[in-house]
Design a binder for this molecule. Sequence first.
Ligand SMILES: Nc1ncnc2c1ncn2[C@@H]1O[C@H](COP(=O)(O)OP(=O)(O)O)[C@@H](O)[C@H]1O
Ligand SMILES: [Mg+2]
Length: 267
Amino acid sequence: MSTAATNGPSVADRLSAAGTANALELRGVTRMFGALAALSDITLSIRPGERRGVLGSNGAGKTTLFNCITGDFLATSGTIRFFGEDVTAFPAYERIRRGLRRTYQISLLFAGLSVLDNVYLACRGVSRNRFSLLRPRRNDALMSSAEDLVAAVHLSDVKDDKVATLAHGQQRQLEIALALAGAPRFILFDEPAAGLSPTERSELVEILTSLPSHMGYIIIEHDMDVALRVVDYVSMMHNGRIFKEGTPQEIENDPEVQELYLGGAHA
Ligand SMILES: Nc1ncnc2c1ncn2[C@@H]1O[C@H](COP(=O)(O)OP(=O)(O)O)[C@@H](O)[C@H]1O
Ligand SMILES: [Mg+2]
């Protein structure tokens, strides 16, 4: 992209406004930790509304990929565009402001608060009035958004319960509601099915497939049964690189993937 001064919006801004830019566009993204390349030359395009699975063994670089996309870590080299805008050097909060969200492998919930209050605080945190000193009223617009999000993750029955009393699966559902606060454009889910029972996994699949269709995501998931049911396309990672991409069907039937990922080591 030219850095010369121009009149009017840049090409990227116009593409973005016209809705033709990719939701995410990574070019040659590398992330070093000392001498270790946790990510090597990752190039990845995701269309608006697309749902992508990222699969790979432990240490493949999946979470580092998320950290570079969100800005929790900066890429060592390469570029990252979010809806056409170059966000490579942006801090995490600037990316959040533009509609990017994530969930973490480790939970960040307020255990002593109710389900609804956790979601309410997340909605308040990403709203324009977050610094308002007025005491929030129970009937304000944010509270009604919070109620909607609680319903979207199937927790209405327990909305007044304290988080500490929830089952593990319900806590993970609540984390999804927090990521949905403020109507994001794109979400990164880091192993949302980890530690879930089969019933909880089905519920997760239902929640993910019921998200509004314009809302794209990347899901990192060890459980192929979950991952392949909730994505349009899959990227396979190994040693910091993407080594294969395909539809869920292609990935499931691929002999190399079966050997590496579904073989003896995969319990
Ligand atoms: N903050 C960090 N400091 C040093 N090394 C890291 C850090 N985060 C990840 N790594 C290393 O980068 C590689 C990829 O890790 P990670 O992205 O967590 O893989 P995955 O999520 O696929 O299991 C691993 O070798 C890991 O030890
Ligand atoms: Mg990880």
